[in-house]
Design a protein. Structure first.
Length: 374
């Protein structure tokens, strides 16, 4: 077995020889490998132009502002210039039924004098176009101005809102008009009915509770009454927006009392002569409904005299028939009904249809000789 050698620390002379040997060897600089990494890093640091404190703060602020800008764009809080021709005014059904020409002319005069101060609200839709949420009068005024200007290609300032659900679109539109252009009681009831029929809400009640959530309980109750007026008489009334709040509520009361057919008969074939004449046709029937004596246990009201809430829901199967008649199935809390609308619908037609239904639904007579059903 080999004898192990004992290791001993080098002496002073041996250390001096080792140092001399290392010094004689070529360094990385001498063999062309470049400076050590520490030396390179130091040279880069010395060559760099260090940012002062103010510049670093400015850069940080710019970064925060850029992020805030991107967030504002996503949330629709940035005003954007968009082409007037890229706006779809009929993206949703408008709540206002009638806009006076004088209103548009006044708005055009204001825009010419002062410019358009308030941006509209839109939502991006397919094909680089925008669906209008609010600002119908402003867009209409600018469209007319553009048509009058042979060389005009107008743009308009707009908030491009993020994609909304259909119900939120109607809410945003109504809220804007409630603040800037007072809509009539009838228009409030109508937009609740129509937004539900178009599928934005499950029913009219849900539409009222959502669109007019900020309104008082009493105001929502009035909107329900005008919604009923639109549902029952909307296809017959020629001047519905001229109904005062009082007369509209009286009309809704008469409808709840079962005077709907009489009201429709009174309106049928009436000449288009004005709102005063139209109300004169309805008022006697409304007064007759109000004069009916109520029994204490009247099933039309609950305790406190409030109308008993009836649950109804259109089945969504509205069908257009001949002569301007529409037919719609309706589900009630106690059954189903078929609702007919149109100027030619009268009591005689209803009786005829009931006779036909009676024949279809009655049991067939049995032939006594053969024992079979005829």
């Amino acid at each position: 077995m080999a004898k192990r050698r004992r290791l001993e620390a080098p002496g002073a002379e041996e250390l001096a020889d080792l140092e001399a040997g290392f010094a004689a060897k070529p360094t990385p600089d001498r063999i062309g490998l470049g400076a050590p990494i520490a030396q390179i890093a130091g040279e880069i640091a010395r060559a760099a132009d260090p940012l002062d404190v103010e510049k670093r703060v400015s850069n940080a602020r710019d970064s925060v502002d850029a992020e805030a800008w991107r967030l504002a764009q996503i949330e629709g809080r940035v005003i954007t210039e968009i082409a007037l021709d890229a706006i779809d005014l009929d993206h949703i059904m408008r709540d206002r039924m009638v806009v006076e020409a004088s209103e548009i002319e006044e708005l055009k005069t204001s825009i010419r004098a002062n410019g358009l101060r308030l941006p509209i609200e839109v939502v991006a839709i397919d094909g680089g176009r925008y669906g209008l949420i609010s600002g119908w009068r402003r867009v209409t005024a600018l469209q007319q101005m553009q048509a009058e200007d042979a060389e005009g290609q107008y743009t308009i300032k707009a908030f491009v809102r993020p994609p909304y659900e259909a119900g939120a679109l109607y809410t945003a539109m109504v809220e804007e008009n409630e603040l800037r252009a007072q809509i009539t009681p009838y228009e409030r009831g109508r937009i609740a009915v129509m937004s539900a029929r178009l599928g934005a809400f499950v029913d009219t009640e849900a539409a009222i509770e959502t669109i007019f959530a900020a309104a008082s309980k009493a105001k929502r109750s009035k909107i329900r009454s005008f919604a009923l007026v639109h549902e029952e008489l909307g296809d017959m009334l020629q001047f519905p927006t001229d109904l005062s709040e009082r007369n509209g509520l009286r009309l809704a009361f008469a409808l709840r009392e079962g005077f709907g057919q009489k009201l429709r008969t009174a309106l049928r074939g009436s000449p288009r002569s004005g709102p005063t004449y139209e109300w004169a046709l309805l008022e006697p029937i409304v007064s007759a409904a109000e004069a009916v004596e109520r029994l204490p246990d009247d099933t039309h009201v609950n305790r406190g005299g409030r109308p008993r809430k009836q649950f109804t829901r259109p089945l969504g199967n509205t069908e257009a028939l001949a002569n301007g008649i529409t037919m719609e199935g309706v589900y009630h809390e106690d059954g189903y009904s078929i609702r007919l609308r149109g100027r030619v619908v009268d009591a005689e037609m209803v009786d005829l249809l009931m006779d036909q239904l009676r024949r279809l639904l009655s049991p067939l007579p049995v032939n006594k000789l053969t024992g079979t059903k005829n």
